[in-house]
Design a protein around this ligand. Structure first.
Ligand SMILES: [Zn+2]
Length: 307
């Protein structure tokens, strides 16, 4: 397989279904195109209920993300979204702008980054991240040429993501783990050498190795590192907090028992929202679905009860 196959073409593939909330689940929860607006209104009403309200947390997370990404007048920020998976990405971004929604649009390959920049690079409510996703590296969809292109492009952008490591069983066999680590070390070194970059980082069963690579390269000290959808141990979390990392959380994450405990430890000025949507490539999506997911995260008890 060549590096661009299945990626540059934007073809949908369930077996490379991306981490996130399957659209089917949104429908199971009664969120359909016809009642999304009503659902949003319900969440907003719920979110005004008390001092630890979703609206207060919305303002806090928006302020944190706006400062990091340099957004003006955002109402909500999705700090990790895959605009490149949307066949109608420009339409979604334009609609989002009219709602005050701002995005850190992560990509999964350097080619995907260039394609997304061509469509969204002029929009003030979108930052496009230069990506080299560990699953694409593990599956051979990104190779040496892509890593070299990534290193070349780092000098031209402040925004980097999605990058990282994934040590889930299916992504470590037959040397894939070593390929991932070698590629991520180069990513971390390139970011550190450029300096002052903002990274959104995927770390599944690999937080310690990710933090080691960031620390050894110097990017932990010289860049702003966001751990997206943190799923490590509490010891890993403390290490990341002490190292000054940011965290972006999504609606699936806040439902877990582990998140309920760990989110209490994350300083408010390091916490942002994300959706990681859509769950697969090549889909028609909407700003409405993104906004609804962000409000569900804000309205969940785990965030509302956070001290
Ligand atoms: Zn992602």
């Amino acid at each position: 397989m060549t590096s661009a196959s299945g990626v540059a073409g934007g073809t949908s593939s369930n077996n490379r279904c991306f981490v996130g909330v399957p659209l089917g689940n949104l429908r199971d929860e009664g969120v359909t195109p016809n009642n999304l607006r009503a659902t949003d209104a319900t969440f907003r009403n719920q979110a005004t209920a008390g001092p630890q309200s979703g609206n207060q947390r919305a303002r806090e997370t928006t302020l944190v993300a706006s400062a990091l990404f340099g957004f003006d007048a955002a109402t909500l920020v999705d700090a990790h979204v895959h605009m490149d998976f949307m066949s109608n990405m420009r339409e979604v971004a334009d609609d989002a702008a009219s709602r005050g929604l701002c995005f850190f649009a992560n990509t999964v390959t350097p080619q995907g980054y260039e394609r997304t920049c061509a469509q969204l690079g002029d929009l003030p409510n979108v930052r496009v991240g230069l990506g080299l996703h560990p699953r694409w590296v593990a599956e051979g969809l990104c190779d040496e040429t892509d890593v070299a292109l990534f290193e070349q492009l780092v000098s031209s952008t402040r925004w980097i993501g999605e990058v990282g490591l994934d040590f889930s069983a299916r992504y470590v066999a037959d040397g894939a783990r070593e390929l991932q680590v070698a590629a991520f070390r180069r990513v971390a070194r390139a970011a550190a050498q450029a300096g002052d970059r903002v990274l959104s980082i995927h770390a599944v069963r690999s937080v310690g190795t990710v933090l080691d690579a960031l620390e050894e390269s110097g990017s932990l000290a010289r860049c702003s590192c966001i751990l997206h959808w943190f799923s490590g141990s509490t010891d890993d979390l403390w290490r990341a907090i002490r190292a000054g990392c940011w965290f972006s959380v999504n609606e699936r994450q806040v439902r877990t028992r582990r998140a309920k405990e760990q989110l209490k430890l994350i300083p408010h000025n390091r916490l942002m929202l994300e959706t990681d949507l859509p769950p697969a490539e090549g889909v028609v999506f909407s700003a409405n679905e993104i906004e609804a997911s962000l409000w569900r995260t804000l309205s969940h008890g785990t965030l509302r009860s956070q001290n």
